[in-house]
Design a protein around this ligand. Structure first.
Ligand code: BTN
Length: 244
């Protein structure tokens, strides 16, 4: 059960992208906590303009409309709260995932779920945030371009009805969103690090490639890496790649 998240829930048989539907509804005044799901997305979107595999009936495509009182530069870290919510729901379904900064939920190095946060601002105010979540529940095959990089609960031997998974997911998302809205990234940092992929990583910092160990998150939600010389780097954006 939730208190505010998903009390309004719109389910569509098909759409382009649940994030786009949610943004349209938010623009028309939909309430904080409204959730949009679809059986199928014909133009499901991932980060960096990638497509999100969204065949009919197999997986979960869900977007939350959020209207927190947050400065726009604090808002992107909501993706970290969503990642914890997804990871908890997946763990309750019987699979232990790891989080890869900023928005991937992985099992055995393959992507089980992804999060796409988009925001509308006016001046220094957030009008609304759309946090879109795709979880591969039932797909047993993926497009060739994903190669071996994607997985699903079905491929991991877990069968769960979408409605049941949605109920678990909304409860855990609400928990982590509440904590984030009350206390920011500090309220997530320990739990995030406990679930993080702690491999050595390579990332870009200040236009340079840096390599090192993950230390955790800073108060803005940036990833902190320590290189072999002991220097610390804040990673603001971009892909973080595990290195052997
Ligand atoms: C990523 O890892 O690149 C983010 C994937 C986000 C996919 C979800 S599915 C529901 C929502 N609608 C979209 O078009 N994208 C997000």
């Amino acid at each position: 059960m939730t208190t505010w998240l998903g009390r309004e829930h719109i389910h569509l048989p098909a759409c382009g992208s649940t994030n786009d539907e949610a943004a349209r509804l938010a623009g028309a005044g939909a309430a904080h906590g409204t959730v949009v799901t679809a059986d199928e997305q014909r133009a499901g979107r991932g980060r960096q303009g990638r497509r999100w595999h969204s065949p009919p009936g197999e997986n979960l495509y869900l977007s939350c409309i959020l209207r927190p009182t947050l400065a726009p530069d604090r808002a992107p870290a909501i993706t970290l709260a969503a990642g914890l919510g997804v990871a908890d729901a997946v763990a309750r379904a019987g699979v232990q995932p790891v989080l890869k900064w900023p928005n991937d939920v992985l099992v055995d190095g393959r992507k089980l779920a992804g999060i796409l946060t988009e925001m509308s601002t006016r001046g220094q105010r957030v009008q609304h945030i759309i946090t879109g979540i795709g979880v591969n529940l039932g797909s047993r095959s993926f497009p060739a371009e994903l190669g071996e990089r994607a997985t699903s609960l079905a491929l991991l031997g877990v069968s769960i009805e979408r409605e049941r998974f949605v109920a678990e997911l909304l409860a855990s998302l609400e928990h982590w969103f509440d904590r984030f809205f009350a206390s920011g990234v500090a309220a997530l940092a320990d739990a995030w690090l406990a679930r993080a992929d702690r491999s050595r990583v390579r990332a870009a910092s200040g236009g340079r490639a840096v390599e090192g160990a993950i230390l955790g998150l800073d108060p803005d939600g940036c990833l902190l890496i320590e290189d072999d010389a002991g220097a610390r780097h804040r990673i603001l954006a971009g892909d973080v790649v595990p290195v052997p």
